[in-house]
Design a binder for this molecule. Structure first.
Ligand code: SF4
Length: 363
């Protein structure tokens, strides 16, 4: 896909209402639905805008808050599915997600369920989610999704608070019939501003462990707000190629290419609960509103979106780095840390030289 033309992922925050009060919540979720939320009709118009990106439309993720707090959710999923979109849902781990409602959503055309699991045990998960019983509800949602044959994604947050449980999380996730494990690296925004970040060195070691896991795990692994995972994958693949060549087990030279990462405003766009268009939910810089401006126009032509897709506009070490085309660093973390969207990502341990490095090949 040409990310200048269309994003790979559109995330719509259908509501900010949520029964949980998670310590990292980007949205600072609230107990009741905001009366200014997009209506059903406005939501359907937004879905039509997502569809209008072209013949290969983006994936649509309905998030929150807790999207289950919207009584019109099946109508929205049905509208998106009839339009030809692939729709995923991220319900919160609460009693609002029953098997019957998931079945209704599946019948409406839902393609995937993504649930958050931030600790390997009820104690650790509930402490993070700040509600006793959230782990139990999360497990029930997983069971229902599995019974209904809905592909299951697990989302887990990486922060100082969750890092000690990382080994146990690998073991727990490996026990489950998971399609994708998505790891969200903390951005210190919203309620997450009070949480402690891991260090760049710890992040490097964790990304390498994820690469090791990816060699044997039956599920896919994806990082959010840690695009330097793509740099680590490229480096490790390169090392493996060298080792195989020196061992004589590789008859021909392997072409090493790195897949490019989906990054804030670059393959990715976020619509908040009142229709504001942002490069990411972690980068709260509205660049228009779907009530008055076409989503396609903002994504393709807005000055900030265009800049976010320009690897040569990056500053600091990200701007000199040979991986800036496939990685580019987290723009949300740079913004949260410095107020400048094109600054370096402080969670990356890679140190380029003093001069601008030539770009590596992209897939
Ligand atoms: S220096 Fe920036 S562009 Fe390079 S790998 Fe690190 S985060 Fe990515």
């Amino acid at each position: 896909m040409d990310f200048n033309d269309a994003p790979f992922l559109v995330i719509w925050e259908t509501t900010r209402a949520c029964a949980l009060a998670c310590v990292h919540c980007r949205a600072d979720a609230i107990a009741r639905r905001d009366p200014r939320e997009l209506s059903t009709e406005e939501g359907c118009r937004l879905i039509d805008q997502v569809r209008s990106f072209g013949p290969r439309p983006p994936l649509l993720v309905l998030t929150g808050g807790d999207p289950m707090r919207r009584p019109d959710l099946a109508d929205l999923v049905g509208h998106a599915a009839r339009a030809g979109l692939t729709v995923a849902l991220t319900p919160s781990g609460t009693a609002a997600t029953t098997r019957a409602r998931l079945a209704e959503l599946k019948d409406a055309g839902l393609s995937r369920v993504a649930v958050s699991l931030d600790g390997p045990t009820a104690e650790s998960h509930d402490a993070f989610r700040r509600v006793r019983g959230s782990y139990m509800w999360t497990m029930r949602i997983m069971e229902s999704a599995i019974e209904l044959g809905l592909p299951l994604q697990i989302n887990s947050t990486i922060s100082r608070l969750t890092l000690p449980n990382f080994d146990a999380m690998i073991a727990r996730v490996s026990e489950l019939p998971v399609t994708l494990w998505a790891l969200f690296f903390l951005i210190q925004t919203g309620r997450g501003a009070s949480l402690e970040q891991i260090t760049a060195g710890e992040c490097e070691s964790l990304l390498n462990r994820l690469y090791d896991l990816s060699l044997t795990s039956p599920f896919g692994i994806k990082t959010t707000e840690a695009p330097h995972y793509h740099r680590v994958v490229w480096q490790r693949e390169h090392e493996r190629g060298e080792q195989e060549r020196s061992a004589g087990s590789l008859a021909r030279r392997r072409q090493l290419r790195a897949p490019r990462s989906v990054n804030d405003g670059n393959g990715f766009v976020f619509i908040d609960h009142v229709g504001n268009i942002c490069p990411s939910g972690f980068l709260p810089a509205p660049r228009g509103n779907v009530r008055s401006t076409a989503l396609t126009e903002v994504y393709r032509t807005d000055e900030m979106f265009v800049r976010l897709r320009d690897a040569d506009a990056l500053a600091g070490k990200c701007g000199r780095c040979r991986f800036r085309g496939v990685c580019g660093g987290s723009r949300s973390r740079a913004y949260a840390a410095t107020g400048a969207v094109m600054a370096s990502d402080p969670l990356c341990a890679y140190e380029p030289g003093a001069a601008v490095e030539p770009l590596i090949a992209q897939a």
